[in-house]
Write a protein that binds this ligand. Sequence first.
Ligand code: ASP
Length: 440
Amino acid sequence: MGIKVCKFGGTSMADGNVILSAAKIVDSDPERRYVVVSAPGKRFSGDIKVTDLLYKCSDEADAGDVFAFKETFGKIRVRFLNIETEVGKKLGMKEALDEVEEAILNGAGRDYCASRGEYLAAKIMAAVLNVPFVDATEFVRFDKEGVLSEETFDLAAKVLSAYPRAVVPGFYGLGANGKVKTFSRGGGDISGSIVARGVMASLYENWTDVSGFYACDPRIVNSPKWISELSYQELRELSYMGANVLHSESIFPVRSAGIPIRICNTFRPEDAGTYIVKTSKRGVSENVVTGVAGKKDFTVISLEKSMMNGEVGFVEKVLSVIGKRGISFEHLPSGVDTMSLVIDNAYLKNGVLEEVVEEMKAAVRPDKIYTHKDIALVATVGHGMAKNVGTSARLFKAISEAGINVIMIDQGSSEMNIIVGVENKDCADCIKAIYDEFFN
Ligand code: ASP
């Protein structure tokens, strides 16, 4: 008998009734032995996720605004007390909430505060399933740089081996300073993957509110093609580029162990979902392209200098300008005498872009340096593209026929992705044009 790890996202934990449905899913299969949960998410559009309320609480507590803090914490209180009523069990929520409130007011810190949604949600799920609660701080560890520590996997195996079944809160672990530390937003998916690796699961089921991946965003194209199977690498490319189903880093813990991930819909558990596997078995007869995704708000900094190719250390000097500032770049397309850096706008706010340009001028004295703001990156992804003559011709013809100007092109060496930079305003049209070319 295999072991399945189920991770339930925020919408699957949003209220007591959905939690009961999630518990029913777990109970319907004896292989579903380990459960990881997110904090209660949105119940309806316009609702606020518990994690967002907790970040607000943290800001208010830091600002010493106890009145505002109490008001926001009150909303969290109501949500958890309602859940307790809805699941119809005495869960000790009032006492647990009092404890959390006091800890935050006593300066427990931002990550501790943000993590409590998952902590309380896991306590609830553990009581509903009548399965032990195991805190993530017992095995999820971060190093001094804040990166997930390798020891996590052995520790997870050791700690969880003592429990034939367990419920674990997602999104956090223990930092090198001994305090609670969270992953980036949506990081509960990574926690699920860690548990799957720890117990050497046969399957990591990620339960959410969609029935898997689609070849592109359904808000851009009506009823796009559903993807039955993706490789880890395709998933990484698509989710990094904006396909919001799964955290882009969640493949790392399971990838080396070859544990497949299945995306499932809590609200339509009968749907097949999407499988994410080591090597996709999608036939070449299927679409050469697996999916198209896009992400807005990048800046391209381009440098030109005659004989750049012969100038040893040119790229290094340019990169050290951003490296010193802790700015990372997304892409680095280059020509003989040109190079461009594609950087997330978030790094370049409040005059930072202008300062970076000046520092680059001083560092390498380019003939020309120019910037292109508000660029969207659109990635066309698929193993089927490799060695398939004419794919890029079709792609660029489709974009040009849609009247869209391509500002930048980058193709990964594995030939499984082509990324184009277009104006932010052209992002959706570009995705649609590519989708229509390869799927219609
Ligand atoms: N609750 C966290 C967030 O909203 C983590 C997660 O849901 O995975 O980002």
